[in-house]
Design a protein around this ligand. Structure first.
Ligand code: MLT
Length: 267
């Protein structure tokens, strides 16, 4: 069911469906909660699924500035608003950066973590320069120019070539992302801290998922994350790029369901 709640003075839109272990799904950049469309229905048959639009994105319209820490505080505020006890937090890419911030600040609120096509490292100096270039691009040419630049890397190459329904859906989500939000998120990612040293102290079971053809986060990065987090497991999704939950939803849902089942009896 779609709802809104005022969290840290911003109206946050979210879906909340099902009963059971609460699972919060956080989208990536420059997207919104529609990237989880194939997860909500099947996963909410087994557990409770909560899917917010981060501030500035999708239905959570806001020009208020933010860092990744602010976004983690919003997730905390939403969890408190919903009266969640311990929950499972899943983030894809930028959503994973938010989940890492959250895990550092609020570990006691977590029952488990799911990192999808994401990493703990901060931007390199080359990466930071790329963020600045994209900030200039979005200010000058808007969200469609950002979509043009990002789309070739977002999905498995064969799908990009076919430009199928998934590719078209993803592109239109980027087109709809407000340029101000894109610029703010780019600066937030550019300035994010490195969380590599925090991985060994992640206290909860963790599932790591990565597409075998991800052009942004290589499988080797996910493998390194898996080695660094004590209670983690890695699932590599075949024939998927940076958005495996849209590209191979059944495989991703299977991995998530198995992980949630393994948590059911754990404390
Ligand atoms: C994302 O998918 O959220 C972004 O590609 C993350 C990033 O640019 O670092």
């Amino acid at each position: 069911m779609a709802s809104t709640a005022t969290i840290n003075e911003v109206s946050i839109s979210y879906d909340d469906a099902g009963k059971g272990i609460p699972l919060m799904l956080i989208h990536g950049f420059p997207l919104d909660r529609r990237v989880w469309a194939e997860q909500i229905q099947p996963l909410s048959k087994v557990e409770r699924v909560i899917v917010p639009d981060l501030r500035g994105f999708g239905g959570s319209r806001s020009d208020a500035s933010f860092t990744l820490r602010t976004l983690a505080e919003d997730i905390c505020g939403l969890a408190q608003h919903l009266g969640l006890d311990r929950f499972v937090l899943a983030g894809i890419s930028m959503g994973g950066y938010v989940a890492l911030e959250f895990a550092k600040k609020y570990p006691a609120m977590l029952k488990g973590l799911i990192f999808i096509d994401t990493k703990a490292e901060a931007d390199t100096s080359e990466g930071k320069a790329g963020r600045d270039k994209m900030i200039a691009l979005v200010r000058e040419k808007g969200s469609t120019a950002v979509a043009e630049q990002m789309m070739p890397k977002m999905l498995a190459p064969a799908r990009i070539q076919r430009d199928d329904a998934v590719a078209q859906r993803l592109r239109s989500i980027i087109h709809e992302c407000p340029p101000t939000t894109i610029a703010t998120a780019l600066a937030a990612m550019r300035d994010r801290p490195d969380h590599t040293a925090d991985l060994p102290s992640i206290p909860v079971p963790t599932l790591i998922i990565v597409g075998d053809q991800d052009a942004i986060i290589p499988v080797s990065t996910a493998e390194a994350m898996n080695r660094a987090i004590p209670r983690s497991q890695l699932v590599v999704i075949k024939d998927a790029g940076h958005m495996p939950q849209m590209e191979q939803p059944d495989l991703v849902n299977q991995a998530i369901t198995g992980f949630l089942r393994s948590l059911a009896g754990s404390h």
